[in-house]
Design a protein around this ligand. Structure first.
Ligand code: UT7
Length: 334
């Protein structure tokens, strides 16, 4: 019998601390007007002292478990997509697993901002190959820990956050297709050069500030507006569907201009493309599940809707998942 993975629970977490564009005006030579017109971002949430990626991931996963009506002991595999783990090792997944009192195999996936779609691919594959029946898939990042708040070209873009879904095995098709891609030739376009084994943190590294994120924004923009439509169509074709069948596109929330360009290239109506980048900024691997949870809790996602989740990021990596939504609309009390 063919078994499919479907989403039976969803949750998310944003840190409480709000960083507005006007706060950034006090740190670097920028303006609210520049940030809004070039990115669409008005504010983002950032972690406080003492908070790390695992804290956001844990809260998002707890909410997803509650939504699914499951407990931590019901999950038999945990996958966390992140590129800002609490530590180089152990994995953030192991920290979350322990904090929540889970006992399942747990591991991280690093595909930067595509991390959630990569983790979803692995989780769905585990279910389809009968190696797991209930998988928790989390996308979580606290990238502001790796941002140089003296660099105006990057510090205005990023925020922190996490989202999680529960995948369960069933005969009803949920995750219809996941299409992934990578091109390491673009590795230099977006990276944190130091802090890994190639360039451990030294006094020289700290002086040169190479332990912070660097990016060629124009090249990444060009890559994004080409790869998102291509990946979306590829995943739809793998499901035997077309853009006309889509009810929602939930793209990686990096820049409203990227989202708008993609929407036009795919010929999608504006009100079918979800965006809340104005409120959260780019939360990396947290971005897509956070956006999906926002769409779900707002009551706009109906059972039976066809949703495409599409990410791109450092690597370069990209990934698109086509999902038939199977969760009932949230109740008012939820
Ligand atoms: O998850 C994937 C992550 N990355 C992305 O998705 C990023 C994709 N790229 C982008 O979103 C855009 O390229 C940016 C928002 C990063 C930059 O926007 P842009 O319209 O491509 O601007 P630009 O880099 O071409 O810079 C235009 C000008 C430059 O000044 P000059 O050289 O024309 O005098 C920049 O120095 O804007 C300047 N600038 C700023 N000015 C005020 C760059 N950052 C800022 C800033 N405030 N924060």
């Amino acid at each position: 019998m063919s078994i499919s993975a479907r989403i039976t629970g969803i949750g998310s977490c944003l840190p409480e601390r709000v960083l507005k564009n006007t706060d950034l005006e006090a740190l670097v030579e920028t303006s609210d007007e520049w940030i809004v017109s070039r990115t669409g971002i008005r504010e983002r949430r950032i972690v406080d002292e003492g908070q790390a990626t695992s804290h956001l991931a844990k809260k998002a996963l707890s909410a997803a478990l509650t939504c699914a009506g499951l407990g931590p002991g019901d999950i038999d595999l945990l996958i966390v997509g992140t590129s800002s783990p609490d530590m180089i090792f152990p994995s953030t997944a192991c920290l979350v697993q322990h904090d929540l009192g889970m006992s399942c195999p747990s591991y991280d996936v690093n595909a930067a901002c595509s991390g959630f779609v990569y983790a979803l691919h692995a989780g769905a594959a585990a279910i389809e190959s009968h190696r797991a029946t209930r998988v928790a898939v989390v996308g979580a990042d606290a990238l502001t820990r790796h941002i140089d708040f003296t660099d105006r070209t990057t510090c205005v873009l990023f925020g922190d956050g996490a989202g999680a879904v529960i995948l369960e095995a069933g005969e009803e098709a949920g995750v219809l297709a996941v299409s992934l891609g990578a091109d390491g030739a673009g590795a230099d376009l977006l990276k944190i050069p130091a802090g890994g084994s190639a360039a451990p943190v030294t006094r020289e590294v700290l002086a040169a500030r190479t332990n912070y994120l660097t990016m060629n924004g124009n090249e990444v923009f060009r890559f994004a507006v080409n790869v998102i439509p291509r990946a979306t169509i590829e995943a739809l074709e793998a499901s035997g569907l077309t853009v006309a069948d889509l009810d929602w596109l939930v793209p990686h929330q990096a820049n409203q201009r990227i989202i708008r360009t993609v929407e036009k290239r795919l010929g999608l109506p504006h009100d079918r493309v979800f965006s809340h980048v104005d409120r959260v900024g780019n939360t990396s691997a947290g971005s897509i599940p956070l956006a999906l949870d926002d769409l779900y809790t707002s009551g706009r996602l109906a059972p039976g809707d066809l949703v495409a989740l599409v990410g791109f990021g450092a690597g370069l990596t990209w990934g698109a998942a086509v999902v038939r939504w199977t969760l009932a609309r949230p109740t008012k009390e939820a």
